[in-house]
Design a protein around this ligand. Structure first.
Ligand code: C5P
Length: 301
């Protein structure tokens, strides 16, 4: 029986600007995705009886048709017409519902691994369109590293790494629903970022001026901080500990601080660990990302 083990890395959004509301209910974004060294592990075993078996070590996650990994298997089977089956086990380390993209990453790694195991041979473009059908964040995880995300987040442009950051993650004990965060954003009538004038992300891409990173924002933060005031306290504490940037990732609930040096990040983490769950991880560039996926999932593009 053929079997492969892959790592499935998390992400943070270094910035997330909402620039438009769309007819299809989604929002147009300008965002910067950044891979980080926090990984789930996934084991794939090919099955010739056509069955899809999915399980994992976290009982709070549904290991059924609602799981993005299951959706990835089904959509890839439909798109390619293959009759192969698979048994998948996910060892979770990325906390779900925290804006760190764990589910989307698992789905993307599943597409990459099965495209090899099943020998379905999809190239980058068709695989990206399958990924976008599963979720807005899934295409990013086919590439990894530092990427600009446009559209609903599914249009990805790989960017050269500017520098390695040390990331302090603060992980609240509650999760936030992405759909609800965007709904609340609309309900509260929060104003959109107008790209040409205001976007610090666009200015950063044009000038490569890394000091602009201090001004990056996440438009969903205002929503989450209103619902969960303790997030505002965490943000302030991360700022006070000397981070270059203190921000929420995605739709939350995780917040992060960016530090130039590891010891600074670790001492900030030690201070915050008295009250919160924390992790310190490095950012991961595009080459490290591909290596980390493992030979079973690393794409040849
Ligand atoms: O694409 P995904 O299924 O991850 O999105 C979850 C929900 O988040 C969507 O149903 C939509 O309500 C909201 N969303 C949005 N605009 C985006 C991405 C997600 O409104 N760019």
């Amino acid at each position: 029986m053929e079997e492969v083990t892959c790592f499935s890395p998390a992400k943070i959004n270094l910035g997330l600007e909402i620039i438009g509301r769309r007819e299809d209910g989604y929002h147009d974004l300008v965002t910067l995705f950044q891979s980080i060294a926090l990984y789930d592990k996934i084991i794939f075993k090919i099955r010739e009886d056509g069955k899809i078996l999915l399980s994992g070590n976290d009982p709070q996650i549904p290991w059924d048709q609602n799981n993005l990994v299951f959706r990835a298997v089904e959509v890839l089977r439909k798109r390619t017409g293959t009759k192969h089956g698979v048994e998948i086990f996910v060892e979770k380390n990325i906390p779900p519902g925290r804006g760190l993209g764990g589910g989307s990453s698992n789905a993307a790694v599943t597409l990459l691994a099965l495209n090899q195991l099943w020998e379905t041979g999809l190239g980058r473009l068709p695989l990206t369109s399958v990924a976008a059908e599963i979720g807005s964040d899934v295409p990013f995880f086919l590439t990894g590293g530092l990427c600009l995300g446009l559209g609903r987040g599914e249009q990805i442009k790989s960017l050269p790494e500017q520098r390695k950051w040390w990331v302090l993650l603060v992980l609240p004990d509650f999760s936030v629903s992405t759909a609800l965060a965007y709904q609340e954003y609309d309900r509260l009538g929060l104003s959109l970022t107008s790209t040409d004038k205001e976007s610090k992300i666009i200015q950063f891409l044009e000038t490569k001026d890394i000091s602009l990173i201090r001004y990056f924002k996440n438009d969903l933060e205002a929503v989450a901080l209103r619902i969960y005031p303790q997030l505002a306290e965490i943000k302030q504490e991360i700022k006070r500990s000397g981070a270059e940037l203190s921000l929420m990732s995605g739709s939350g609930s995780a917040l992060f601080g960016l530090f130039f040096e590891e010891p600074e990040a670790r001492s900030a983490a030690a201070r915050l660990a008295v009250r919160y769950r924390t992790r310190v991880v490095a950012t991961v560039n595009n080459e490290e990302y591909k290596r980390k996926l493992g030979t079973g999932a690393s794409p040849n593009w």
